[in-house]
Design a protein around this ligand. Structure first.
Ligand code: AP5
Length: 216
């Protein structure tokens, strides 16, 4: 199964992506998480991407496309995969279709997480991320058991550099200008499934599960 998780920054793609990937048994390919890992490892591509990410801007298409092409060619993606945060421009969507077409594959569904802007800002401002395993929390909605520490691995929780107010504003602008138009692209293809993602993580997961089961 090939799924695309779509939606603005803070819509809950990462939160749901981890659960969906585990339930369906496919790898979660998050371009943001891969770039953060490459940046932490000090690679050239990671360092280049980090500059754009900190500013809240999209990383150039060619860099992202090369990264995804390489990742989905890995053996663990043979049985399908979930894309979180890719594609984010019409050009990326077109190239993805081409890459999949060459492999005789196609997207099963694009799950669009629908959340109002004031809720997005609240979610991003309160997000805390584990410096070691990348697990995400929210100071109010999804608090860790022990303040400032990751439930999964015990490491420190920090605020992402791009979750600062100015960066959040830029990310929302980038989404509205460059990413939201991709919705029309997938709607025209009939693969778009919209989900009201304002309820609790459990409620949203129930909606996602119903859609995923209908595809099986
Ligand atoms: P990326 O890491 O993908 O960031 P994003 O898309 O901005 O998404 P977020 O991770 O901010 O939010 P999310 O939707 O995953 O929400 P989450 O589940 O964490 O990308 C970062 C950067 O990388 C981009 O800005 C860009 O520079 C670059 N990049 C990546 N892909 C690219 C591409 N294809 N092209 C170009 N550049 C690219 O939830 C948010 C918070 O809300 C958390 O605190 C969570 O606990 C909480 N929460 C989640 N669900 C709920 C709920 N139902 N109720 C209450 N709280 C909730």
């Amino acid at each position: 199964m090939i799924l695309v998780l779509f939606g603005p920054p803070g819509a809950g793609k990462g939160t749901q992506g981890a659960r969906i990937a585990e339930t369906v048994g496919i790898p979660n390919v998050s371009t943001g998480a891969i770039f953060r890992g490459l940046a932490a490892a000090g690679t050239e591509v990671g360092t280049k991407a980090l500059g754009y990410m900190k500013a809240g801007e999209l990383v150039p298409d060619q860099i992202v496309v090369d990264l995804v092409r390489e990742r989905i060619a890995q053996p663990d993606c043979e049985g399908g995969f979930l894309l979180d945060g890719f594609p984010r421009t019409i050009a990326q969507a077109e190239i993805l279709d081409m890459m999949l077409g060459e492999l005789g594959l196609s997207i099963d569904a694009v799950l669009n997480f629908d959340v109002a802007e004031d809720v997005l800002i609240e979610r991003l401002s309160g997000r805390r991320t584990c410096i070691t395993c990348g697990a995400t929390y929210h100071v109010v909605a999804v608090p860790p058991k022990l303040d400032g520490k990751c439930d999964a691995c015990g490491a420190d929780l920090v605020q992402r550099a791009d979750d600062m107010p100015e960066s959040i504003r830029t990310r929302l602008r980038e989404y509205a200008g460059k990413t939201a138009p991709v919705l029309g692209y997938y709607d025209a293809k009939g693969s778009l499934k919209s989900i009201d993602a304002v309820g609790s993580p459990e409620d949203v997961f129930a909606s996602v599960t119903a859609i995923v089961q209908s595809l099986a």
